[in-house]
Design a protein around this ligand. Structure first.
Ligand SMILES: [Zn+2]
Length: 316
């Protein structure tokens, strides 16, 4: 009899352990990657550029008088209304000095958050990629927007720009960097070098141009936390110096004389799954606002920042 009891108890324990292990945590990017539209809240950037979400996001129209959005299947033409406003005005202003207009790449997903592919940042609707390729005169088809390759301004580890460089790029980046809403602009070191050499006037704006890996096909504009986004964490300001000296040399040296790769002493541990709990609590509200089925009951919101309901839910 005792044997039977022990056998039954062991069986019950094994089944419960198996049931537990089959409950795999769902990565937050899966929730956010499939949200089709903005949340019905007042606009608010929540968290940080690399760890946050977007309440009340607005879509940048895919066509405008001075811009066209690219890679439409990704549905990443959503941003904080401040970003959408900035992009529209910036695009129009570039035409004042003869630039043909902008091709706009990824901004954010409708509710921001981590993405299923690419990008560490772009999570709060305050980051936008702008292609270096000028907008063509005609309207591109859906297929062209999916398949056209961007033109690079430099090779990925090159320290000089290619023949695709045009003097208009100085005006383009200067205009963006001088906008007080712009926190920083990320671009390839060769582009920064060319800008430093080309600017004969005041170099102050160049402090916002930050060299980084990649970014040879596009530049990345990041806005400051907008007013009213109390849950948005500011990024450290860029140094006051224009960065054309030692900070740029550091990057150029990195490309001409890259350090030899070192073997890690221990195999790297796999990164834990970043579930919705990894994000600020308010992101749960943003995500599940009108689609509670997106979230399991196990992740009910805790206390924390409250996202305010949108006054006019139809206004996107
Ligand atoms: Zn970007």
């Amino acid at each position: 009899m005792l044997r039977l009891i022990i056998l039954l108890a062991t069986f019950a324990l094994t089944t419960s352990v198996q049931a537990q292990s089959s409950k795999r945590p769902i990565p937050a990017k899966q929730h956010f990657g499939f949200a089709a539209a903005g949340s019905p809240h007042q606009p608010e950037a929540v968290g940080f550029y690399t760890r946050g979400c977007l309440a009340g996001g607005t879509a940048l129209p895919v066509n405008g008088p001075a811009w066209q959005a690219m890679r439409l299947s990704r549905n990443r033409n959503w941003g904080h209304p401040e970003m959408v406003k900035f992009l529209k005005k910036f695009a129009m202003d570039t035409q004042k000095f003869g630039w043909p207009g902008l091709l706009i790449g990824d901004i954010s997903q409708p509710r921001g958050g981590p993405m299923l592919s690419g990008h560490q940042s772009h999570q709060m609707g305050l980051d936008a990629d702008i292609w270096y390729m000028p907008m063509p005169k005609r309207r591109l088809t859906w297929d062209e927007r999916e398949n056209t390759s961007a033109i690079p301004l430099a090779g990925s580890r090159s320290v000089t720009v290619t023949n695709n460089w045009k003097p208009g790029y100085v005006k383009l980046l200067r205009l963006a960097a001088q906008n007080p809403k712009v926190q920083r602009i990320l671009t390839h070191p060769a582009v920064k070098k060319k800008l430093c050499l080309s600017e004969t006037g005041n170099k102050r704006w160049l402090s916002k141009i930050r060299p980084v890996y990649g970014h040879n096909y596009h530049f990345h504009v990041r806005l400051f936390c907008p007013e009213g986004s109390t849950g948005c964490r500011a990024q450290k300001p860029t140094p006051k110096d224009h960065g054309c000296g030692a900070p740029l040399d550091y990057w150029l040296k990195l490309f001409t004389n890259p350090p030899k790769p070192t073997k890690p002493s221990k195999p790297r541990k796999p990164r834990p799954v970043r579930t919705i709990d990894w994000l600020p609590t308010a992101c749960k509200t943003v995500l599940k606002a009108d689609r509670p089925e997106l979230l399991a009951a196990s992740v009910a919101p805790k206390t924390g920042l409250q996202v305010r309901p949108r006054r006019n839910p139809r206004r996107r």
